[in-house]
Design a protein around this ligand. Structure first.
Ligand SMILES: NC(=O)c1ccc[n+]([C@@H]2O[C@H](COP(=O)([O-])OP(=O)(O)OC[C@H]3O[C@@H](n4cnc5c(N)ncnc54)[C@H](O)[C@@H]3O)[C@@H](O)[C@H]2O)c1
Length: 255
């Protein structure tokens, strides 16, 4: 799969990892549909020029995402959508019990699962439908879906039950989705980032960020969003990558 002259849809494109993916793909000659809940996609789209199309929408909404994929199909033209890089998501922290031993509220857990897991499934099913009817390229390839998990799927910390479960679900869907979509020539991959320097991570205090950076074997710094984007590009272009989850974390294992 080539990046240049193909059209990709990137969710979470207004910020952090998604924004870096959108910029890199456009730099390499692609057209990109920028999907995000935030109105910041409009400004980003203007700055990126005619190769970008801003589409505001909620990844958990079947109707909104169906409409966005319809706009993406028109934007992509006859060649159709070649890939989706799904980066939209939220981080959440919440223990099972509060300080007095009372059980936590169920709504916060359900909301994280809804956005990170159900939202991923929603995007994936529409992406598959959009790409299944494309004319096949080299070796019958029609498209690629890249989801975003987290190392929390494997090394969840205290307070991460909801976040870890949501990302473990993303990990769990990779292989069955790749197996199902193989008959259409559509690959499915996931990236499990470690700790990356994005607005999401800016929410944690700087001392905590420094401690996290120090615990990364090498390089001893937070990941840069363009390093995530580089891996997304490599997954798009390497046809043997399929049904797998790649940790991108400098070797960190969370305690
Ligand atoms: N930054 C990290 O260290 C890190 C580590 C592991 C995993 N991740 C995962 O990477 C992904 C991107 O994270 P980031 O650091 O770029 O975060 P970010 O907060 O900078 O960007 C996330 C984007 O997703 C959008 N979004 C959130 N909910 C949405 C919804 N319902 N519909 C549409 N858009 C929505 C937000 O508006 C935002 O623009 C997330 O799934 C996150 O869990 C990040």
């Amino acid at each position: 799969m080539h990046v240049a002259d193909n059209t990709f849809l990137v969710t979470g494109a207004a910020s952090g990892l998604g924004s870096a993916v959108a910029r890199r793909l456009i730099d390499k000659g692609a057209k990109v549909v920028l999907c995000d809940l935030s109105e910041d996609v409009e400004g980003l789209s203007t700055s990126l020029g005619g190769s970008a199309l801003a589409c505001r929408g909620d990844i958990t909404s079947a109707a909104q995402m169906t409409a966005i994929f319809e706009r993406a199909a028109v934007f992509a033209g006859e060649a159709g959508l070649a890939g989706v890089v799904h980066c939209a998501g939220v981080v959440s922290v919440g223990k099972l019990l509060d300080r007095d031993g009372n059980p936590t509220n169920l709504d916060a857990y359900a909301k994280t699962i809804d956005i990170n897991l159900v939202g991923t499934f929603n995007v994936m099913r529409l992406a598959a439908a959009a790409m299944a009817g494309r004319a096949p390229g080299e070796e019958g390839e029609r498209g690629v879906i890249i989801n975003t998990a987290s190392i929390a799927a494997f090394d969840g910390q205290v307070g991460q039950c909801a976040y870890s479960a949501s990302k473990a679900g993303v990990v769990g869907m990779s292989l069955p989705a790749a197996r199902e979509l193989s008959r259409y020539g559509i690959r499915v991959m996931a990236i499990a980032p470690g700790v990356f320097e994005t607005p999401m991570m800016a929410q944690i205090p700087s001392e905590a960020a420094q401690a996290l950076a120090a615990s990364i074997p090498f390089p001893k710094r937070l990941g840069r969003a363009d390093e995530f984007a580089l891996l997304a590009e490599q997954i798009i272009t390497n046809p043997m990558l399929n049904g797998e989850v790649i940790r991108l974390d400098g070797g960190i294992r969370m305690q």
